[in-house]
Structure formats: structure tokens, C-alpha cells
Design a protein around this ligand. Structure first.
Ligand SMILES: NC(=O)c1ccc[n+]([C@@H]2O[C@H](COP(=O)([O-])OP(=O)(O)OC[C@H]3O[C@@H](n4cnc5c(N)ncnc54)[C@H](O)[C@@H]3O)[C@@H](O)[C@H]2O)c1
Length: 251
């Protein structure tokens, strides 16, 4: 897969799918900006990449803060000269699972701010740069929850449906500008996000696995491989698509 020397920003890269994605890009000789709102986590992943002879730098950014996202892209371009790929991965779930009538305003606001508005901010600023340099690729990490209903999880589901809609709409807008925009929709994948859910509801472990035809969770590395493929030059004619990696759950 052709991603050698591409300049890649991964948000939320301090953990889980983002960390695996940053490492996979670096393994294939891309130059990776490891970004997270938590500097320590990002630094740990960047160090692991460097120890494996990859190229990485850390730029801290909270994607809910427009000025921090601007700074992320500005610093990337100042350092590397351009931005070939952005992976909008930073995401959170609600603190509590509840039906709509009981859903807290805090869980609504916080999840929409990161998962939806954060992706908008990153797309807006990254695409502006990609227009200047006449090309680039955006990969948004949506979810199976962006394609199908999920109970007790309204803001998460709403935010991920929004990410799918933003992906398709923006892909249409920039199709003639050499800017491809796609989304990846993981099903249940081993990560801190899933651990948090299972910590609150340990009984869900068996239940979730029972609805996955492959009877196991996805691995962050498996999602990372699809992201890198979408960013590579092997997928030049793919835009506005969602790729679902869910062990068959959506079937
Ligand atoms: N794990 C799953 O089962 C699963 C399934 C479908 C989709 N996803 C999506 O994949 C993405 C990654 O999730 P994960 O499972 O790897 O979670 P994770 O909790 O392991 O990692 C998320 C990372 O995002 C960072 N982050 C959180 N808020 C941020 C903010 N405001 N600005 C910048 N960084 C921020 C965190 O510090 C963390 O390092 C998310 O968008 C999530 O919704 C995950």
C-alpha cells in the first residue's frame, strides 16, 4: 500500500484505534502527527513509533476547541510542508447509558462536541489546507452506530450518523478537487472505550459477543488496516463511502 512519505495527522491517537492507526501508517513509512488532547498518551505512542524506527511528532489538540485544531494543522504544515491525510478518530461515549427521556444533557452535549463538532472542525480546517495544496484524503472514524439504531446511546448514535452524513456531503463537494473523503464504521472493537462500557455493564460482554457473527470483538489493528488502505493510492477512485468492519454484526 502506497502511503510512504505521506504526511498524516491522526486525532485521538493516544489510545485504541487511533494509536493502532498511527503505528500502522508509521510502519509503512508515512510521517505521522500523533495528536490527542492528552499529551502524555500521545507522547507514549510517538515514542513507540520512533523506537520502531518510524517518524512521528506530537501535537496536542482537543478537537472541541477550534483554535487548537487550527494550531494542529498550522504546525503540521509548518513542520512538514503539507497535509496529505487526516484521520478524524477522536471520539467518546456517554458517561451513562439511558433511554432518550432519561438521557442527560451533559452526555448529549459532551458527545456531540467531540464526535460531531470535532470532526466538523477538523474537516473544515484540513480541507482548507488540502484545497491550497490541490489534494488530500480525509478518513472519518464513524461506527456501526452511525448506520444502525442503538438503544440507550442517543448522542453517540446521533453523532456517528452525522459523521456518515458529513463524509458523504463533503465528498460530493470536493470530488473534483482531488480530495477524497471516506468513513470507516467499526463494530465493537477492543479499546479503552469498550473497556469503559464493560466496566459499567460487565453483563454486556457475553451479550455483545452473542450478536457478533464472528463471536469476537474487532482488533484496533484490523480497523487501522482499513484506514490506511483508504488513505493509500490504491483507492484513488473511492470517495464518500463507509467501510464497515464488524465481524458481520450488521448482517
Ligand atoms: N472501540 C469501539 O468499539 C468502537 C466502535 C465503533 C467506533 N469507534 C470509534 O473509534 C474512535 C476511537 O475510539 P477507541 O475505541 O479507540 O477509543 P479510546 O478511548 O481508546 O481512544 C480515544 C482517544 O481519543 C482521545 N480523545 C477523546 N476526546 C478527545 C478530544 N476532545 N480531543 C482529542 N482527543 C480526544 C482520548 O484521549 C483517547 O486517546 C472513536 O471515534 C470511537 O467512537 C470505536
Amino acid at each position: 500500500m502506497q502511503v510512504k512519505n505521506k504526511i498524516v495527522v491522526v486525532t485521538g491517537a493516544g489510545s485504541g484505534i487511533g494509536a493502532a492507526t498511527a503505528k500502522h501508517f508509521a510502519k509503512l513509512q508515512a510521517k505521522v502527527v500523533v495528536s490527542d488532547r492528552k499529551e502524555e498518551k500521545a507522547q507514549k505512542i510517538a515514542n513507540e513509533i520512533k523506537e520502531a524506527n518510524g517518524e512521528a511528532m506530537v501535537i496536542t489538540a482537543d478537537v472541541t476547541q477550534f483554535n487548537e485544531v487550527e494550531n494542529l494543522i498550522q504546525k503540521t504544515v509548518a513542520h512538514y510542508g503539507c497535509l496529505d491525510v487526516i484521520v478524524n478518530n477522536a471520539g467518546i461515549g456517554p458517561k451513562t447509558m439511558a433511554r432518550t427521556a432519561d438521557y442527560t444533557l451533559e452526555d448529549w452535549d459532551s458527545v456531540i462536541a467531540v464526535n460531531q463538532t470535532g470532526v466538523f472542525y477538523c474537516m473544515k480546517i484540513a480541507i482548507k489546507q488540502m484545497l491550497k495544496q490541490k489534494g488530500g484524503t480525509v478518513i472519518n472514524i464513524a461506527s456501526l452506530a452511525g448506520l444502525k439504531a442503538s438503544m440507550n446511546n442517543l448522542s453517540y448514535c446521533a453523532s456517528k450518523f452525522a459523521v456518515v452524513g458529513m463524509t458523504k456531503s463533503a465528498a460530493l463537494e470536493y470530488a473534483t478537487k482531488n480530495i477524497r473523503i471516506n468513513a470507516v464504521c467499526p463494530g465493537y472493537t477492543e479499546s479503552a472505550l469498550l473497556d469503559k462500557l464493560l466496566a459499567v455493564r460487565p453483563d454486556m460482554d457475553e451479550l455483545l459477543k452473542s450478536v457478533i457473527p464472528m463471536k469476537r470483538y474487532g482488533l484496533a489493528e484490523e480497523i487501522a488496516e482499513a484506514v490506511v488502505w483508504l488513505a493509500s493510492d490504491t483507492t484513488k477512485f473511492i470517495t464518500g463511502q463507509t467501510i464497515t468492519l464488524d465481524g458481520g454484526t450488521s448482517l
